[in-house]
Design a protein around this ligand. Structure first.
Ligand code: NAG
Ligand code: NAG
Ligand code: NAG
Ligand code: NAG
Ligand code: NAG
Ligand code: NAG
Ligand code: NAG
Ligand code: NAG
Length: 469
């Protein structure tokens, strides 16, 4: 009997205390610590059908920024309250007015937390690094932290392989002894606050170092007939250098043309280039690998060379309506700016659509094309390369001659004409000579006609007479 009464009372108590089950807020806690200006999703659900409403704290009519929406899920009504910018702490109520006319409420208290963090930056050679997070809250009663557990990912630091290097000091800061680059990352201080069910999580990062290697570089410039060029890059950061590799345009020096000319001093990693050519000028990279740093660090070193325009092969003879193409080959580093002049006047491309400028070997405008060439295009063309870094320029010229389309035909026509004239002269002369000869012969015949016959007669006679004589 006593047991029955006890059970009944218990049942009654259970029914009373869990009467609010008609409506409930998740997360299912009475108090929640939220960092200022952060986001939080609250869900309110009810098994009864009815109208769900939220009432939330406001200060001077302003609440935290939020979105509210009601959805139906598995036959249950749910209202979602999504805080996007938490600024106003206080009690949140979710209430349902059931179709049966009852009202049920669930409550959650949101406490605003302010974090004060110390997020160190990794520096090679430091003896220790200290990470810390302290919090203050919006409650009037003092905040009391019972326990802080430092985590890295989902592991407590005490469970990390080198847990001996990780310690928590009296102010709950995490002290990393002899920090290594691998320690860089995100840590979480899981803080158990007295009187609050769920611990507060504060994320603290051990930041990546911004290495200022402060390289000091050589200042190599090409001069004609120089014996060697020395390129160097040094850093005073005090890191132990494991290795230095030299590259030019992403190509290791051992893969460049005539790699024997490139030598690296094993003492100070200076690169020397024997009998350098203008073509060797450019941007070189000394790729440093340091002890304790997995990634290499590049130091860019310039090997400069004043602008130099290579000679044009010879003058150009073109025929009207041809296409003219002039290629200006330029050497030097940094790259010069190429412009063209015709008879000492800058060429204006925009004035004539027959003229086009193209890029050659990475030099803008270094290829000049004139389509449908005219006599007026004849002249002296100059390629001008100016380097602002040297305040120096180089120019080479080429003479362009334009000929008539029939130009090639003229000599031939000339020869033909000459031949015709000669033939005519010869013909006329021959004709005249023949005529004169004929006339003379006729005259002679007229004058010496009988004697000729006599002679003939004599000869005949003599001939016929001789054998008989
Ligand atoms: C959050 O709200 C505060 C106060 O209303 C405002 O100053 C801040 O700009 C808001 N932050 C964002 C990210 O909207
Ligand atoms: C780390 O070392 C640098 C110099 O190596 C020093 O300036 C800096 O204060 C050190 N930082 C810490 C937290 O010990
Ligand atoms: C960089 O190096 C130069 C000389 O090598 C030195 O004068 C300067 O103070 C250094 N800067 C830093 C930030 O270490
Ligand atoms: C490098 O050379 C330029 C000119 O050739 C000069 O003005 C500059 O001072 C030099 N720099 C160094 C560090 O020697
Ligand atoms: C640099 O390398 C790129 C690609 O590897 C190549 O196209 C380019 O011509 C090279 N430049 C020089 C100046 O060698
Ligand atoms: C590197 O060493 C060579 C030979 O010992 C020396 O001539 C050169 O000046 C050094 N370069 C630098 C940048 O210290
Ligand atoms: C080229 O001609 C155009 C049109 O007449 C003019 O606006 C432009 O300034 C000229 N450019 C040069 C470099 O002379
Ligand atoms: C460049 O050189 C010219 C003379 O060749 C000179 O008048 C001019 O001042 C120089 N410019 C600079 C920036 O040095």
């Amino acid at each position: 009997m006593a047991l029955f009464v006890q059970l009944t009372i218990l049942a009654l108590f259970v029914t009373l205390s869990y009467g609010n089950l008609e409506v409930s807020i998740t997360p299912d806690v009475n108090e929640l610590l939220i960092k200022g200006e952060s986001a939080q999703v609250l869900k309110c659900s009810s098994s009864e059908s009815g109208t769900l409403t939220w009432s939330y704290p406001k200060v001077n009519g302003v609440s935290s920024d939020h979105l509210e929406k009601t959805i139906s899920e598995n036959g249950q009504r749910r209202s979602i309250f999504e805080i996007t910018n938490f600024t106003v702490p206080g009690e949140m109520h979710c209430e349902i007015n059931t179709d049966g006319g009852n009202t049920y409420t669930d409550t959650i208290k949101l406490i605003l937390v302010e974090e004060r963090k110390v997020e160190p930056t990794y520096q090679y050679g430091n003896k220790s690094a200290i990470l810390s997070c302290s919090i203050a809250w919006s409650e009037s009663k003092p905040l009391s932290i019972e326990k802080v557990t430092w985590m890295r990912g989902d592991k407590a630091v005490s469970a990390l392989p080198e847990s001996g290097r990780f310690q928590t000091d009296s102010s709950n800061s995490l002290v990393i002894d002899d920090p290594k680059r691998g320690d860089i990352g995100l840590y979480t201080a899981v803080m158990k606050v007295k009187g609050v069910q769920t611990p507060y999580k504060c994320e603290v990062s051990f930041k990546e170092e911004k290495l200022d290697l402060n390289f000091s570089k050589s200042n190599a410039t090409y001069v004609e007939k120089m014996e060697y060029a020395a390129l160097s890059c040094t850093t005073n950061i005090g890191l132990e250098i494991k290795n230095v590799e030299w590259l030019k345009n992403d190509t290791h020096i051992s893969k460049l043309e005539n790699p024997d000319r490139f030598k690296v001093n094993p003492e100070n990693y200076t690169l020397s280039i024997d009998s350098p050519k203008r073509e060797d000028a450019g941007l070189y990279i000394a790729r440093f690998t340091f002890e304790g740093l997995p990634e290499p660090h590049d130091c860019q070193v310039k090997f400069k060379c004043p602008p130099y325009v290579m000679d044009f092969t010879k003058s150009k003879n073109l025929i009207e309506k041809d296409k003219m193409e002039l290629q200006c080959r330029v050497l030097g580093f940094p790259k010069a700016v190429v412009t063209w002049l015709k008879d000492d006047v800058p060429l204006n491309v925009s004035l004539d659509e027959r003229i086009e400028l193209h890029t050659l070997d990475g030099y803008k405008n270094a290829r000049l094309v004139i389509k449908n060439i005219e006599f007026s295009d004849e002249g002296e063309y100059a390629c001008h390369a100016f380097s602002s870094s040297f305040n120096q320029s180089d120019t080479k010229t080429i003479t362009v001659r334009v000929k008539d389309k029939l130009a090639a035909l003229w000599p031939f026509l000339g020869i033909v004409c000459e031949v015709i004239i000669l033939c005519t002269i010869i013909f006329i002369y021959e004709k005249r000579r023949n005529k004169r000869a004929e006339q003379e012969e006729n005259k002679a015949q007229e004058a010496d006609g009988p004697s000729m016959e006599k002679k003939d007669g004599l000869r005949h006679r003599g001939n016929s007479g001789n054998p008989g004589a």
